[in-house]
Design a protein around this ligand. Structure first.
Ligand code: SF4
Length: 374
């Protein structure tokens, strides 16, 4: 699978600490550099037949449909696509006008992940999103009119501008729009964001964990009652609509990340990441050099990662795999750490997979970190 990071956004959302630039000044140079990177790394993936291609960001929909197509064509020069490849484009509602969607519907892109976040103006204003509540709704309907059935939307819960009643309304609107996949995250206060600054100055109150907890469990129950499967802490899908790309991440498959700040993984012990700086990235690629650094993951790192990722999913951690992969010292530590959690039923074993029962998913990161080998 391949990930392509488009490092541009129209404006900075108040909660975001991803890598992007709000200046499109070097967009053409960036696209040229990314195509160069695709060429230079053409031998890195063992499996040349891609099952998924994912445009994330930043804001991929800031590009024209022709620019997106030209990137896909470049990938196709060096890799082939599985017949039913999933090609996802992250898109912001304000970009999904008729002419963009028309162009996109004539491209190989077959899945959209729309950054809706909320259908309420107050939430969107606090988040400093570039779209309005009516655009949030209109963009989904328009995408469906242009034949995009495999749609995901992002929703953020636990904003200080929201409450359980507003959250319920958000979810009712989502169900009415018949979207088959939802990714939903708690609003978190990241360092060096506008949101953090406003909270520190007392202009905005902090999101409340108790409220977020309530909204998370309402979300989970409500979506399951409406035919969704809760397959990862933050992800819900109707049958047949799991994100193939993200599911592969969660199953530790290899992936290649193109573009500034993109990460790659060889499916075993090497992780690499590109420089999170547009100018430095372009300069390197202009000189036919890769702009990446890499680390070799120790066995302990691999163990911690497997626990962290697996316990966030419906599949859990495959104990047979774990026993094959890790040494006696790590496995002894693991058995010791899970013992009391199994007794308390914070962890369970089903079909030789270690899982967190769904009622404890909100605490999954804390439970996983208790098992880490440090
Ligand atoms: S559009 Fe996405 S990447 Fe860009 S600032 Fe907003 S949240 Fe961050």
């Amino acid at each position: 699978m391949m990930y392509i990071h488009i490092p541009f956004c129209k404006q900075k959302c108040s909660y975001c600490n991803f890598h992007f630039s709000t200046s499109l000044h070097f967009k053409d140079e960036m696209l040229t550099a990314m195509k160069k990177e695709i060429f230079l790394r053409k031998d890195e993936l063992q499996d040349k037949k891609l099952q998924s291609l994912y445009f994330g960001g930043g804001t991929p929909s800031i590009l024209s449909s022709d620019e997106i197509k030209s990137l896909i064509d470049e990938v196709l020069k060096y890799f082939s696509f599985e017949k039913d490849i999933e090609i996802t484009l992250e898109a912001n509602p304000d970009d999904l006008d008729k002419s963009f969607l028309k162009g996109l519907s004539n491209s190989p892109v077959n899945r959209l992940s729309i950054g809706t976040q909320s259908f309420f103006e107050e939430d969107l204003k606090l988040m400093n999103r570039a779209h309005t509540a009516s655009e949030a709704e209109g963009s989904i309907k328009r995408a469906q009119d242009f034949g995009f059935e495999n749609l995901s939307i992002d929703l953020i819960y636990g904003s200080p501008t929201s409450n359980l009643e507003i959250w319920k309304e958000n979810l009712n609107k989502t169900i009415a729009l018949e979207v088959p996949h939802i990714s939903s995250y708690a609003l978190t206060v990241e360092p060096k964001t506008a949101l953090e600054n406003w909270i520190s100055k007392g202009k905005v109150i902090s999101p409340k964990e108790e409220e977020q907890n309530k909204e998370f469990y309402y979300l989970s129950d409500f979506l399951k009652d409406n035919g969704f499967e809760h397959y990862e802490i933050s992800n819900f899908a109707k049958p047949g609509f799991y994100s193939r790309h993200n599911s592969s991440y969660w199953k530790y498959k290899e992936y290649l990340g193109i573009g500034p700040s993109a990460h790659s993984y060889n499916g075993f012990d090497i992780r690499s990441w590109n420089v999170a700086n547009n100018q430095q990235y372009i300069k390197k690629l202009n000189s036919n050099l890769l702009a990446k650094e890499e680390e070799v993951l120790s066995l302990e790192d691999q163990f911690n990662e497997m626990i962290m990722i697996g316990l966030r999913t419906i599949w859990g951690v495959d104990l047979e795999n774990l026993n094959e992969k890790f040494n006696h010292k790590i496995l002894e530590h693991f058995q010791h750490e899970i013992k009391s959690k199994l007794e308390q039923e914070i962890l369970i074993i089903e079909n030789n997979h270690l899982k967190i029962p769904e009622k404890h998913w909100f605490m999954a990161d804390g439970i996983a970190s208790d098992l880490f080998f440090v």
